[in-house]
Design a protein around this ligand. Structure first.
Ligand SMILES: *[C@@H]1O[C@H](CO)[C@@H](O)[C@H](O)[C@H]1NC(C)=O
Ligand SMILES: *[C@@H]1O[C@H](CO)[C@@H](O)[C@H](O)[C@H]1NC(C)=O
Ligand SMILES: *[C@@H]1O[C@H](CO)[C@@H](O)[C@H](O)[C@H]1NC(C)=O
Ligand SMILES: *[C@@H]1O[C@H](CO)[C@@H](O)[C@H](O)[C@H]1NC(C)=O
Ligand SMILES: *[C@@H]1O[C@H](CO)[C@@H](O)[C@H](O)[C@H]1NC(C)=O
Ligand SMILES: *[C@@H]1O[C@H](CO)[C@@H](O)[C@H](O)[C@H]1NC(C)=O
Length: 424
């Protein structure tokens, strides 16, 4: 038995613990918060320096930082975080720099992409490579919880969104805002995982925006699913579907919100000197794919400080729906009243990927159990203007390694930048 077998065995052993962690903590915490009311919620958000974490990280590394607020057509107020220029020698700050909009993945926020620092995290590397970097925060996460009329702590309607509403309401507002403030005609789009999914929904629903996207760099894009789902995912999803229904029935809509006490507890359990760390690690790898020496466990406590950041339970359900049905379509709320309100039609048709005419490059890892080569291949064949599929040249590179792998710069980011450079 090798070390890997032991870890794998441990992974299966802790499977029920992982399911328990993800679902029960979510339900349990949400119930507590319902009992203790909005005081607890507001304590965690309003006036908390946590709301300036991305700023503190980026400025702490010596990079310029800007925060912008954009209001979508439906009243959601979103935070865009910007690194307008790099700090490497020879940077021209006055000239027009090509713009890149980076969209994070499920339950993340802008800070999850910048906490490790320059030369390692993509936004700094892009800024130093001459780009004007904008980081989006999906509505409902720790930085984008404002709305013109709705209160996320009180109004269930605030949380009635899936990837679809982000694609058709928030992306056009963000992109128009960025192009207007940079006085440019088009930008580069880079999406991680469901960030890329949402970007493709956006271009297929609003094809008039194709001309505003120079290139869409899709990092571990989660779109078509046609293979057999791994057992570990089935074990998570089988209880997940009824549990999320229970959550909704009880008025719980905010999935895995960022909670300081939760982060502290997990940091205590998962740092380098505890024997429990292996379990923490297994909880993650059984979801994203085995780790092949890319995840640096020393960053665990930081990782847990900046992940998760919260989203809507409907958005999570939308991800499940795509995964289980293999059908790239808007979320079915299972309630015709809501479907009608959201889509003006009770049963919306699947997204038409043929409408995505801007170039798209597809990047995937061989160890990613969430996004498999055969599924990326389906997307590649359907996209009218695919630049091709790019496999990370590393054995068993998993879903999470795209963001937090030790050698991502050399293995992934340099290639992403060279693809973007061709369009800029
Ligand atoms: C966050 O930063 C902004 C701008 O520097 C400042 O106005 C605001 O008070 C800060 N918020 C907190 C909670 O520290
Ligand atoms: C575009 O930006 C200018 C400032 O640069 C601002 O005055 C104007 O309102 C903006 N227009 C739109 C449509 O956002
Ligand atoms: C989906 O999988 C089935 C069976 O493995 C295969 O026959 C079919 O061609 C696949 N569909 C696509 C679009 O690749
Ligand atoms: C892991 O991270 C720590 C702290 O950032 C760093 O000192 C160490 O060199 C890293 N290890 C590897 C293999 O990159
Ligand atoms: C559908 O949603 C509406 C509005 O949220 C609610 O009033 C109604 O009871 C729901 N219908 C069903 C069948 O759940
Ligand atoms: C999808 O879009 C393509 C290209 O615009 C179009 O030819 C096709 O008819 C559309 N398909 C559907 C089902 O709307």
């Amino acid at each position: 038995m090798t070390n890997k077998d032991v870890i794998r065995g441990l992974g299966w052993f802790v499977l029920p613990i992982s399911v328990y962690y993800i679902w029960m903590n979510f339900i349990g915490l949400a119930m507590l918060e319902l009992i203790f009311g909005p005081q607890l919620n507001s304590y965690h958000y309003e006036g908390d320096t946590r709301l300036n974490r991305t700023r503190i990280l980026i400025e702490g590394n010596g990079y310029p930082f800007e925060s912008h607020e954009v209001t979508s057509a439906s009243g959601y107020i979103l935070s865009l975080h910007r690194i307008p220029s790099g700090i490497k020698k020879g940077q021209a700050t006055s000239s027009k720099r090509p713009v890149v909009l980076i969209q994070h993945g499920l339950v993340a926020a802008s800070d999850a992409l910048v906490f490790r620092g320059p030369e390692v995290d993509l936004p700094y590397i892009l800024a130093d490579a001459g780009y004007d970097v904008w980081l989006s925060n999906m509505r409902g996460n720790v930085y984008s919880r404002k709305h013109q009329t709705l209160n996320p702590d009180r109004d269930s309607e605030y949380w009635e969104f899936s990837m679809h509403e982000i694609a058709v309401e928030d992306f056009p507002a963000m992109i128009d805002y960025i192009l207007n403030s940079t006085k440019q005609e088009e930008l580069n789009f880079l999406g991680y995982s469901i960030g890329s999914t949402t970007g493709l929904m956006f271009s297929s629903m609003l094809p008039e925006y194709n001309k505003k996207i120079k290139v869409h760099v899709a990092v571990a894009p989660f779109v078509y699913v046609n293979r057999t789902i791994p057992l570990s995912h089935k074990l998570l999803l089988v209880p997940g579907v009824p549990l999320s229904q229970t959550a909704i029935a009880n008025g719980i809509y905010n999935f895995l919100p960022r909670r300081p006490y939760m982060s502290k507890l997990l940091q205590m359990l998962c740092h380098d000197r505890t024997p429990i760390q292996a379990i923490c690690k297994s909880c993650i790898t059984f979801l994203v794919g085995e780790d092949n020496n890319q995840f640096n466990s020393t960053v665990f406590p930081h990782f847990l400080e900046f992940f998760p950041a919260g989203t809507s339970i409907y958005l999570v359900q939308h991800t499940f729906q795509l995964y289980l049905s293999g059908n790239f379509a808007p979320f079915d709320y299972g309630n015709e009243t809501i479907n009608q309100r959201k889509y003006k039609i009770a049963n919306p048709p699947p997204y038409n990927i043929s409408q995505v005419t801007h170039p798209v490059s597809l990047h995937y890892g061989s160890g990613d159990i969430m996004v498999a080569e055969e599924d990326v291949d389906i997307l590649n064949k359907k996209l009218p203007n695919s630049l091709g599929m790019f496999k990370v040249p590393y054995d068993s590179f998993n879903h999470m390694d795209f963001m937090w792998g030790t050698n991502t710069k050399k293995l992934v980011y340099d290639r992403l930048i060279s693809i973007m450079d061709k369009y800029n």
